[in-house]
Design a protein around this ligand. Sequence first.
Ligand code: NAD
Length: 485
Amino acid sequence: MPYPTQPTASHFINGAYVEDTAGAEIPVIYPATGEQIAQVHEATPAIIEQALNSAKAAQKAWAALSGTERGRILRRAADMIRERNHDLSVLETYDTGKPMSETLYVDATSGADALEYFGGLAGSLTGEHIQLGDDWVYTRREALGVCVGIGAWNYPTQIACWKGAPALACGNAMVFKPSETTPLCALKVAEILHEAGLPAGLYNVIQGTGVVGAPLVSDPRVDKVSLTGSVPTGRKVYAAAAAGIKNVTMELGGKSPLIIFDDASLEDAVGGAILANFYSSGQVCSNGTRVFVQKGIKEAFLARLHERLSEAVIGDPMDEATNFGPMVSENQMKIVQSYIEKGKAEGARLVCGGTRLEREGYYLEPTVFADVHDDMIIAREEIFGPVMAVLDFEEEEDAIARANATEFGLSAGVFTSDLTRGHRVIAQLEAGSCFINSYNDAPVEAPFGGSKQSGVGRENSKSAIEHYSQMKSVYVRMGAVDAPF
Ligand code: NAD
């Protein structure tokens, strides 16, 4: 393969690239052109065995190191990722089609943030001492064992690090399966971690579809499963993990509300709605795709939104001036096109966009529907593309009730200049990751995750430690044992 994107081999196991051409071929397509830029092979049962065995064999010695020693390696990997940010961003752009104006700033760099943050925390992970008269209890924070990470295609580097960093900081080993749509970036994360000094076997990457994910989830050697994906996949993976009483983290889909009151700064509200719908061409799980706009500001909001969307620079993702790229795949583009057709058929008003660009690659225009009603399909289902639904409201209570009338609970946002109202409204919204006068910020220091059907557990922040470790409590008797007989 003449492209620099072709990896050395499909999988990374026990500290080295591994190939097994008996696995089904997975073509890697550059979404901006539709060209094939690499090819990997799906993991065979023999590859799955190798990955799980090497993780199992390496984990105990890793957990026996001090947290500071583990953390040092993660922080070294973070530094190496930052030094190689440009090359990693080019690879992320090839893998996903996202423009360099995004990947240079939020993909490898947020992966490095996670490695640095959890590397820093590793040395401070402790149990506690509980005095009970002369007796006492102490707790030990222990690793879970072997963790499986399964990724979605929208943030392949970030997801590989958001799962790997806390898992490794807590003394676990990981087998990571990227999405079959974007298999390239996680291999680089594995390569860098090992170059930074990670002992072989602790971070393995194997390729494949759900056919590879399913046996990983049900394998008895696996203690924890962390999935980033859609709600239907989450249901399957959660059920399979439950059969083995495994720990889970589920980062799933959403249909999040963004409520804009008519006292909000118009410019900020429009900017927030753009970030909430069109970043990464709308392929962000936490997007605020149901935009509730108070009637007083509605027409001004739509007019300014239309104006600013016409300034989007749509084009070659490798050109740093481009700020809106293609959909990740032909399949995803078709799914989004079918939702646009449903929006039109249901009678929503198409304010702008709605069509595929006449050029190679999987480009759709940023699309806005107004006069959307709560019962329309485009207001109920996750589209995962650049389609904003604008809904009207008059009363605060009404907006809150309608915002919460969904099975999802990933994110929510509110724009208002009334701070009391901002806090009052956000407290009532049923969602895990919320924003006031902002949207889609995800610093590693803040817990990230969903409520309701959008997920279980939290990634990032100190909260993630709870999901990648377990507490052992040890009762210590200092005197005689008083038994009944
Ligand atoms: P998907 O559910 O189709 O696939 C996710 C992953 O699960 C892939 O790696 C896939 O191969 C794997 N998989 C599929 N079936 C499986 C099975 N039975 N057992 C084990 N693994 C299986 O999702 P996608 O299309 O890759 O990504 C888009 C979805 O991900 C959207 O719904 C989006 O909201 C969600 N997402 C959520 C977050 C979050 O943090 N909450 C972040 C990004 C994406």
